[in-house]
Design a protein around this ligand. Structure first.
Ligand SMILES: Cc1cc2nc3c(=O)[nH]c(=O)nc-3n(C[C@H](O)[C@H](O)[C@H](O)COP(=O)(O)OP(=O)(O)OC[C@H]3O[C@@H](n4cnc5c(N)ncnc54)[C@H](O)[C@@H]3O)c2cc1C
Length: 385
């Protein structure tokens, strides 16, 4: 039997990750009746994520400080032959959060804003009709139907519902791997490049507390094998007793359309993830804010059709589209460089403080296109000799 509540919500948000909970909370703050459906019984549990969030974005969205484990003040980059470039600005660059607590706190904010939160509620199907969206979910073996004037998909890297509402999948995926482990002699965040580390990409070591660190790789494929190799070879003598490697796919590029009549996708569900680093929280929150403003206007006008909601698509792509494209370009070029060429670039930059200084001016934690353009100009000059 299917229980039909017969109530009409303004918005049904599917998925209580940070982006879904934040969106639900913001919409409720704007006076809308919002229900948030989450399949897990507890948010943030066992999430595979390094939890790095830029300081500026953290402040801008007033994110939960209680979830901060450590801060990143400097980063050391290693070339394949261990030439180094040190980036040491005299300020905090980013925070590393406990995703368990981070997700819980954002959800708490949504509850306080008046969102009707329903955990252990897995959405099985969505049907978009002329006047409302109808969502069927399963809770403890029984089926429920609820209706909303709009449905927001915030299901992360799960795309099972996308086809039902006419959305595509992201064009490709990367693999993110991670372990939490004690690492000796760790003073700052370390980033490693090289074909044996992760071709066209990188591995990272991010300090938490008491020598504990998150170590991971971002790769196209064979992620677990690359991280295993990195821990055993590159970190030989610095780590002991390697734990099981955890792996998760990461959207690489946006879905082709993230708005239709009465439905939007936000966060990783829309592929709003940095194509450089695989970081998705901040781009998701930026787009969540855009979605909130667009929906607010659409409700005021009483027009929830694609004609009105397409503004969301236009606004978020004009804010982040270039970043996503430039990130892909950078990854493509990095993938074509040999280890020797990467070594030579590190040496070149290392020997020229002026170049390093100019490069540092282009660094923005969440927007990488400026630095990529600078890198491309440098590379052109470098190739010409
Ligand atoms: C190894 C690794 C490291 C990473 N490091 C970083 C980092 O340092 N910084 C960063 O910003 N990003 C990082 N990311 C990416 C980041 O974790 C994601 O981009 C982020 O979690 C996306 O948030 P979201 O709210 O869109 O989706 P999610 O956090 O994935 O939340 C989606 C929610 O939807 C729920 N859901 C799905 N389907 C249904 C359904 N049918 N019914 C009900 N509920 C459903 C899920 O249970 C989940 O709770 C990393 C990823 C990996 C793999």
């Amino acid at each position: 039997m299917v229980r039909d509540e017969g109530i009409m919500f303004d918005v049904i948000v599917v998925g209580a990750g940070p982006v879904g909970s934040f969106t639900a909370g913001r919409l409720a703050e704007e006076g809308l009746e919002v229900v948030l459906l989450e399949e897990d019984e507890k948010v943030g549990r066992d999430v595979i994520c390094t939890g790095i969030i830029g300081k500026e974005a953290f402040d801008r969205f007033d994110l939960p400080k209680a979830a901060i484990i450590s801060s990143i003040k400097s980063v050391c980059f290693f070339s394949p032959s261990y030439f180094t470039i040190d980036y040491k600005p005299s300020r905090i660059l980013a925070y590393v959060v406990d995703r368990d607590l981070f997700d819980e706190e954002i959800l708490r904010g949504a509850i306080e804003a008046g969102v009707d939160v329903r955990l252990r509620n897995k959405v099985l199907s969505i049907e978009i009709n002329k006047d409302f969206g109808e969502v069927q979910s399963e809770k403890e073996g029984s089926l429920e139907k609820i209706r909303g004037r709009v449905v927001v998909l915030a299901t992360g890297v799960s795309y099972k519902l996308h086809k039902q509402v006419g959305f595509s999948h992201p064009p490709a995926f990367l693999q993110g791997t991670q372990v939490e482990i004690k690492v000796k002699d760790l003073r700052e965040t370390e980033i490693y490049l090289g074909s044996h580390i992760s071709p066209g990409s990188f591995a990272w070591i991010v300090p938490l507390r008491n020598s504990q660190a998150r170590v991971g790789t971002l790769t196209r494929n064979r992620g677990a094998s690359y991280l295993g190799h990195f821990l055993k070879e590159t970190l030989e003598g610095r780590v002991e007793g390697i734990p099981k490697v955890l792996l998760k796919h990461i959207a690489y590029g946006p879905i082709s359309r993230s708005a239709k009549d009465r439905v939007l996708a936000v966060g990783e569900a829309a592929g709003q993830v940095k194509t450089t680093t695989g970081g998705g929280i901040i781009y998701g929150l930026i787009c969540s804010e855009i979605a909130t403003q667009v929906l607010k206007r659409a409700f005021r006008k009483g027009d929830l059709s694609y004609r009105q909601l397409s503004e969301y698509e236009r606004l978020w792509k004009s804010k982040l589209g270039k970043e996503l494209r430039m990130g892909k370009l950078a990854r493509k070029i990095l993938g074509r460089l040999t280890d020797k060429q990467i070594d030579r670039i590190f040496k070149f930059v290392g020997e020229r403080p002026k170049v390093k200084e100019l490069m540092e001016k282009e660094v923005e934690f969440d927007y990488h296109s400026g630095l990529i353009s600078f890198g491309l100009r440098l590379l052109k000059g470098f190739i010409r000799g």
